[in-house]
Design a protein around this ligand. Structure first.
Ligand code: ZN
Ligand code: ZN
Ligand code: ZN
Ligand code: ZN
Length: 155
């Protein structure tokens, strides 16, 4: 569905790495009742074009034709629907990247900025136990792993 109001003049959009990823996200959103609008599709396209975890501002910069509020709203929807996950790099700036998994963590390379998923998380029971000792009712955890990827490892 095309809605009016988006004007593309004097800029190019980055190309998503794969059109299939974008179609898949749009299909999943529409299954959950979210309409396929052009601004939303542009946000998904731009997110899928990023090669490294990106900030919301970088996404806005890639989409001069879409209002900031719309970009932020689109990004929030993608996070809420788990199509995009949040990544906290060592510079402490919150970034985002596409996600197609449930609970997972990120292996973040300080040298090249690459982010890889660590799907097998078995620290939950350990943390539940430690939290319970403090009389704390734990509802979840968020953990990033910093270091160097295989390509950047110091030998
Ligand atoms: Zn545009
Ligand atoms: Zn992730
Ligand atoms: Zn690296
Ligand atoms: Zn975990």
């Amino acid at each position: 569905m095309i809605t009016a109001a988006v004007k593309h003049t004097g800029h190019r959009h980055p190309r998503p790495r794969s059109a299939a990823i974008v179609d898949d996200i749009i299909a999943q959103l529409s299954q959950q009742g979210y309409r396929d609008t052009e601004p939303r599709r542009l946000v998904i396209n731009a997110a899928a074009a990023q090669r490294r975890p990106f900030t919301a501002e970088e996404l806005c910069a890639a989409l001069p034709c879409v209002g900031r509020a719309t970009v932020y709203r689109g990004l929030r929807l993608l996070v809420e629907t788990e199509q995009v996950c949040r990544v906290l790099l060592e510079d402490r700036e919150l970034r985002y990247q596409l996600s197609h998994q449930g609970h997972h963590h990120h292996l973040l390379c300080a040298a090249c900025g690459a982010s890889a998923d660590l799907a097998n998380c078995d620290v939950d029971a350990l943390l539940q136990e430690a939290a319970a000792t403090a009389g704390f009712q734990m509802s979840g955890h968020w953990l990033e792993i910093y270091g160097r990827c295989a390509d950047c490892a110091v030998v």
